[in-house]
Design a protein around this ligand. Sequence first.
Ligand code: FES
Ligand SMILES: [Fe+2]
Length: 466
Amino acid sequence: MNAPQASSPALSRWSEPGSSRVPFWAYTDGELYRRELETIFYGAHWCYVGLEVEIPNVGDYKLSHIGERQVLLVRDRKKLGSDSKFAAARSAADAGPADGRSAKLESDPNFLDDGIRVVENRCAHRGVRFCQKSHGNARSFVCPYHQWTYKLNGDLAGLPFKDGVKDGDHVNGGMPKDFELKDHGLTKLRVATLHGLVFATFSDQTEPLEDYLGPNVLPWLERIFKGRTLTLLGYNRQRIPGNWKLMMENIKDPYHPGLLHTWFVTFGLWRADQKSRMVMDAHGRHAVMISRKNEGGQAAVTQGVTSFKAGMKLHDDRLLDVVPEPWWRIPDPSNPGADIMPTVTMITLFPSLIIQQQVNSLSTRHIVPRGAGEFDFVWTHFGFADDTPEMTRRRLRQSNLFGPAGFVSADDGEVIELSQGGFRQGGEGGSTVCELGGTSLDATEHMVTETLIRSMYAYWKKVMAV
Ligand code: FES
Ligand SMILES: [Fe+2]
């Protein structure tokens, strides 16, 4: 057991062996939550900030979050050569021929970067969150308080009264002689892009993005994103009164959909009698749940399942007008020479991103924590530039399953709130039991397991030193 950090001597200890019994305080302790922000969100992890397609033109920006910190995802002019503050971890996978970028590394002075920056939304003067718009286009960022002005890359361009104000022969005020603009820019984050997904990190220690994601997870990201131009179909946002980790757990829990969700069990989109696979990275922090839908209806797996509604029919069956797409089929990463064609993949990228493909519906879901007991959940629904108008309409119709009031996802928001209530009620001594499929951390070829949850907490326990 690791020693507690000096800054938080009162933290609870994880006394059980393994990671299958998660203590309730892991979801409720405010001091622990503050350490999670520092260690996980502001530490050596890549955090999702948005999609390149959200900022197509120079000057476009999007207000996003890493942990509780607001950041701006910005499209700057492309820049020659390396700048140590920008994008040190851009990778060959991102720079491959599929999206037309040079594969040169940034250490090459001729490297032309893609101009994507992430800066903190916090004025270097007196701390104001200078940007209040969720999206926009700007030539520069001007803080409303005293009008310090920043370039798109976060450099301080100028400020009023820097050289004082003339009063006859005198000059009144002004900044000290040794004040240098270059020392007072916005906080610039390291940025890495992968096939249109943008990640950033506050830490210089974070490994390159491809290493962070790992070879088990990458093929499943490439299946959706590699070589494609995305189109933005819309957003949903919701606030869920539960700990942020519960959302990651929910998408690492493959057996709840066939029990909790009437839609999934009745219409066969996800349930325990489907062919499935659970994949994780070497650390257990990221995961992919892969499955293939069946025809639904009554079966051994629906026996006694109260959410199964044999007589339930859709008034508008276009909601499940599923059309298989060629890209669903890929060479099976686990079985050389064979193909695999899932209808659903749910990818969790620790700590804050979920990527969903459920039949023709695609979205990213961004977790924005707001204290130990609450998080915002931001859904970005997308399609592909070469979609027909019919496919775009289909994706939009199927997206009704998801989001705050989604036919499926509304259930998840509710059980997360109910879980948090139980943890508060249970107090210091209680813990969950995540032992379906045993206590091991192995990948599986079925979904009757809580292995992905155990794996995430094995990693979490280690980095949090509890
Ligand atoms: S706080 Fe931003 S210019 Fe003063
Ligand atoms: Fe669910």
